[in-house]
Structure formats: structure tokens, C-alpha cells
Design a protein around this ligand. Structure first.
Ligand SMILES: [Zn+2]
Length: 250
């Protein structure tokens, strides 16, 4: 059994910087992790932190994609791309090689995943999944027990159980849990808050609010032009901003 982690924070709380530090650490140790980025995050094709660190995602995930199928396809493709010859003679040896292809799954902007996708990641980390792995005889040593003389391509069943680390927002700009965050809060083994401070005071930021200066398109009296469309705020400032913004709509 492996763990499912939910590391949440407001906007501008260095979530992606934390994620990239973990991902790069796997690389530095010569180990592999699968980096997943949802397609809905349209800022860039890369996983990028505000501090400038970045990485190419291994899987770009659509909201309707079967996440487990994507992970299976990625791993099978990678094992064949990385090995001209699979030097394995038994199922146990193949399973070991397969386990080296990825030792963890890391998800950026996890609030954009569907509830189904989060539940699938829960299964991947709790019980693991079974993968029908295609064996191409041409890639095996001649004395491998995995060679099937009847069929040049046959299948074996491998087991995959990986820790999953999700990084994302907990609540939307109305202060309501994202669906993906709700299921993560309910089912993750470990929940960690990545902390930052309010844009207006020194209290801990708990919410991501729509920047009122951007929202009303008012260029006068802008406090901080480097603020984005969303800003981290404490409960008091969130309540003040949200009350003004919802009143405007009536
Ligand atoms: Zn505040």
C-alpha cells in the first residue's frame, strides 16, 4: 500500500515550487516520477513556478481522460523506449524493471481533476492496479521464460502501486471546496497546508479571492501591480472582498 497526499494552498503560495522541488529530487537521485498536469491550466504547456523553476509534464490530462489508462500507456511506452533489449528472464525480473520506470505520481493543479480521476488515483495508491503488459519476443533474451513461441506478441499481468502527491487549491474564489479538493480532503492519507500570508495584512491566507482591483478594472490606486487576477487573503479580507463583489452582481 502507498499513500495519497494532498498538499494544498492558496494562489501564490509556492505550491508548484514545492512540487517541482520534489520532482527534481527524484531526478537528482536517478529515480523516476510521473508528472501530470491538467489541460485546463492554460497558462503554459509546462509546469512552471512563479520563481522560475519549470519542468515538462509527462502526461497532459484532459478532464474526461482515463487517468489510469494514461499512466499505463506512459509506462509501457517508456519501458520500450528506454530499453532496446529487455534483459529479463522471468516475470519477477520484468516486474522489477517496471517498478523502476516510475516510483511516484505527482499532480499539479489537482483542483482541475474530476472526482473520478481522483478516485482512480486513490485506487492506484491504496490497492494498486493490474496492467496488461504487452511482451514483444524480439525484445527478450532468447532463453527468457517470458517468450511465447506461439505468439510473437503476448501479454503478462503486472501490478502497479504508487504513492500519489497532489498539489492544488482547496477552495475556489467563492470560498467553496473544489470537487477534486473535497474528495482529496476526504480520502488522502496525508493533508498538508502550504502556507502564505494575506495580501493586505500579516495573517495567514486561507482563501484565493478575485483581485478587486482587476475585477473592477479600476487603474486608480492600485496597491500592487504585480498581483495577479487572484490573490491570497485571510478570512477577514476574503469576507470584505467577497461581500463587495457579490453585492455588485445584484
Ligand atoms: Zn488579511
Amino acid at each position: 500500500m502507498s499513500k495519497l497526499y494532498f498538499n494544498y494552498g492558496t494562489v501564490a503560495s509556492s505550491k508548484t515550487l514545492n512540487l517541482l522541488a520534489v520532482y527534481k529530487n527524484y531526478e537528482l537521485q536517478g529515480r523516476n516520477a510521473i508528472l501530470i498536469r491538467p489541460q485546463m491550466d492554460t497558462r503554459s504547456d509546462k509546469v512552471e513556478s512563479r520563481a522560475g523553476l519549470s519542468a515538462e509534464p509527462d502526461i497532459t490530462l484532459g478532464s474526461k481522460d482515463d487517468i489510469l489508462l494514461k499512466i499505463k500507456d506512459y509506462m509501457i511506452t517508456k519501458i520500450y523506449n528506454d530499453h532496446n533489449k529487455l534483459e529479463v528472464k522471468s516475470l519477477e525480473e520484468l516486474q522489477k524493471e517496471f517498478n523502476k520506470v516510475a516510483e511516484a505520481v505527482i499532480v499539479d493543479e489537482s483542483q482541475f481533476l474530476s472526482v473520478e480521476q481522483i478516485k482512480d488515483l486513490r485506487s492506484l495508491s491504496a490497492t494498486g492496479i493490474f496492467i496488461q503488459f504487452p511482451i514483444d519476443n524480439a525484445h527478450l533474451p532468447k532463453d527468457s521464460a517470458l517468450i511465447n513461441k506461439e505468439n510473437p506478441i503476448n501479454f503478462v499481468i503486472l501490478h502497479l502501486c504508487l504513492p500519489v502527491m497532489c498539489y492544488g487549491l482547496r477552495t475556489n474564489s467563492d470560498g467553496v471546496l473544489w470537487d477534486a479538493a473535497a474528495i482529496l480532503m476526504a480520502q488522502a492519507d496525508e493533508i498538508n497546508e502550504i502556507k502564505t500570508i494575506c495580501s493586505y495584512c500579516n495573517h495567514r491566507a486561507v482563501f484565493s479571492a478575485i483581485n478587486p482591483e482587476r475585477a473592477c478594472n479600476n487603474s486608480e490606486g492600485i496597491v500592487n501591480p504585480s498581483w495577479g487576477l487572484y490573490i491570497p487573503v485571510c478570512p477577514k479580507h476574503f469576507a470584505e472582498i467577497h461581500a463587495k463583489q457579490t453585492k455588485k452582481q445584484h
